[in-house]
Design a protein around this ligand. Structure first.
Ligand SMILES: Nc1nc2c(ncn2[C@@H]2O[C@H](COP(=O)(O)OP(=O)(O)OP(=O)(O)O)[C@@H](O)[C@H]2O)c(=O)[nH]1
Ligand SMILES: [Mg+2]
Length: 573
């Protein structure tokens, strides 16, 4: 299926032609029918001679309803540009063409309508006006088909031309990242909220869990329709009506978007290119009240020109846009900028960065993903995906890291490890990025939570205090003043020394004590006293008590009244 938007000046015959081609009147409202004027978007569809399905989004031509026109032309594949032979090229012919250009339209067809009302000279004049006006635009090579809807003249040629147009128009790409810009919302009798839109970027299916942006509400797809047919799933490039559970119809409005949760990073600040229309009679600067048209939405924006003060008519520059609500955008999305005070289209451009990190005075946005990585240094691979729409494999841990940032972090950690000396540094003192580069550091080992140089001689190996403790297991010496508190706690932390109630023991002393107690208990299974243990170990209460306390804690012994009995960790005799 393809979706084609109409375009063209008011009263030039857009809706009449859509009706003639589809048999469906796109003017839905009584007021539209009464006034013979399209106010809001209309929808109609038909099957072309080739069997191709074609849905029309019919837009209003009147300048007062331009925002409705803008809501309809965002996601379409091609346009049917209408010019009445009676009037030729008019202001909204020009404005609509400019808007389509700014939105990156590439495919289109021109209908010269009302040819039954003019003579050959006027018809030729209108053709001439068209060919001059479309010069240098995407419509330059477009076919011009003459029609007169009330007399059915040219309708067959029009259908054939539409078939040729769509044969040359690529179908909407499937990036597995669906986004439905909502253009209508209504309450369906008995089935809750229905939103409609032109689906792009990926498919939607019944039971999909989605989120409504900017509302931020989780919703579920209860049912799907495309061209009034119930569907289990619809591909991108379809007109679709989505029946949602989880949201009331008055909580969603045109301009909202339906996307998958976690696939987008809705933003209130974007950097973008801005091509200012050549026909504008003033430059564009931060001054003025602007409206940005993004997807089907209209948003009051604050504009800041990047790398300068103003952009001249006919020039292209870069701007930072501040939006009033979060919008799910990706680099490459197009927008139109209008000035509300003067009610004029200023230009538009391409979104370049949806999550700028540099100050406006430094930002030089481009579409390059490498630029994003370079500016951020470290970027979570999943986040990079959400903000660029492109997947890059993580290079360190879960991050994609720029060459510079990677080198800087490596240098920082290397220097810190060197500075820490032979004892190394506590791994917990490193941040996530620093920890992630540890495996990349040559000659650095991580051992029991300490990061140190692998070739560093461990000053604790063969430490004199450790040797002294081992030499007098049950009457161990106090730490000499030469052993600093830090050194002592490091010895304890590494298990080279056991600290208990102000005494210090060699680990081998505890093992020996456990064996001795096991031997005593083998002889007196009912239990042994502190005095018995003290005697057996040939020590004093000062050391026997902490040794027993430690053995209790380790599960070697258990207290029962004044006695010690065997615990689960009592060694076998
Ligand atoms: N004779 C003749 N009349 C036409 C033709 N197309 C449209 N009309 C008449 O022109 C008037 C305006 O037509 P619409 O189709 O409403 O024009 P529109 O472009 O949709 O107008 P807006 O949506 O308001 O911008 C109607 O009275 C139509 O009957 C045509 O090809 N020949
Ligand atoms: Mg109309």
């Amino acid at each position: 299926m393809h979706v084609v938007a109409t375009a063209g000046h008011v009263d030039h015959g857009k809706s009449t032609l859509v009706l003639a081609l589809t048999g469906m009147d796109p003017d839905r409202f009584a007021e539209e029918k009464a006034r013979g004027l399209t106010i809001d978007l209309g929808f109609a569809w038909t099957t072309l001679p080739s069997g191709r399905q074609l849905a029309f989004v019919d837009v209003p031509g009147h300048v007062r309803f331009l925002k409705n026109m803008l809501a309809g032309v965002g996601a379409v594949d091609a346009c049917l540009f209408i010019v009445a032979a009676t009037e030729g090229w008019k202001p909204q012919s020009e404005e609509h063409l400019r808007i389509l250009e700014v939105l990156g339209a590439r495919h289109g067809l021109v209908a010269l309508t009302k040819v039954g009302l003019v003579d050959d000279d006027d018809r030729e004049l209108a053709r001439l006006m068209i060919s001059e006006a479309v010069e240098g635009t995407f419509l330059e090579q477009a076919e011009v088909v003459e029609v007169d809807a009330p007399t059915n003249r040219g309708l067959e040629e029009m259908r054939a031309a539409l078939d040729r147009l769509l044969a040359a128009t690529p179908v909407s790409v499937d990036r597995d990242r669906p986004r439905l810009w909502v253009d209508r919302v209504f309450a369906a009798k008995g089935s809750g909220t229905v939103v409609t839109g032109t689906l792009a970027g990926g498919s939607l299916g019944v039971d999909d869990d989605l989120v409504v942006v900017p509302l931020g509400r989780r919703v579920r797809v209860r049912a799907l329709q495309s061209l009034q047919q119930q569907r289990q799933a619809v591909p991108p490039g379809s007109r679709v009506a989505v029946n949602l559970t989880g949201v009331a119809h008055d909580e969603v409005a045109r301009g909202a978007a339906l996307v998958r949760p976690d696939q987008w990073q809705p933003t209130r600040m974007v950097d973008a290119s801005l091509a200012v229309l050549a026909g504008l009679d003033h430059e564009v600067s931060a001054r003025g009240a602007f409206q940005a048209y993004l997807g089907s939405g209209e948003h009051a924006v604050r504009v800041r020109v990047l790398g300068g003060e103003a952009i001249l008519p006919g020039d292209e520059g870069r701007v930072r846009l501040h939006l009033p609500v979060r919008v799910p955008l990706l680099p490459g999305d197009r927008y139109v900028l209008r000035e509300s005070g003067r009610d004029e289209t200023v230009g538009g451009g391409v979104v370049l960065d949806v999550a700028p990190v540099l100050a406006a005075s430094k930002a030089r946005p481009t579409l390059s993903v490498d630029r994003v990585i370079e500016e951020r240094g470290w970027v979570d691979a999943a986040e990079l995906d959400r903000i660029t729409g492109e997947h890059r494999d993580a290079t360190v841990g879960r991050w994609v890291v720029s060459v510079t940032a990677r080198a800087a972090t490596l240098d920082r950690v290397r220097a810190a490890v060197e500075a820490a000396g032979p004892l190394g540094l506590d791994q917990a003192s490193l941040d996530d990025h620093e920890r992630a580069v540890l495996p990349l550091l040559e000659g650095v080992t991580v051992d029991a939570g300490r990061v140190r140089q692998a070739d560093a001689v461990d000053p604790l190996a063969g430490h004199p205090f450790v040797e002294a403790l081992a030499a007098a297991p049950f009457t161990p010496p106090d730490p000499p003043p030469t052993v600093s508190r830090a050194e002592l706690s490091e010895l304890v932390r590494r298990g080279l020394v056991v600290a208990q109630d102000g005494c210090y023991f060699a680990p081998s002393a505890l093992e020996a004590a456990a064996r001795e107690v096991a031997r005593l208990l083998a002889a007196s299974p009912e239990g042994v006293t502190v005095a018995q243990v003290r005697e057996a170990l040939a020590t004093t209460r000062k050391y026997a008590l902490p040794l027993l306390a430690r053995m209790d804690a380790d599960g070697v012994t258990r207290r029962r009244g004044d006695l010690r009995i065997g615990g689960p960790r009592l060694p076998a005799v």
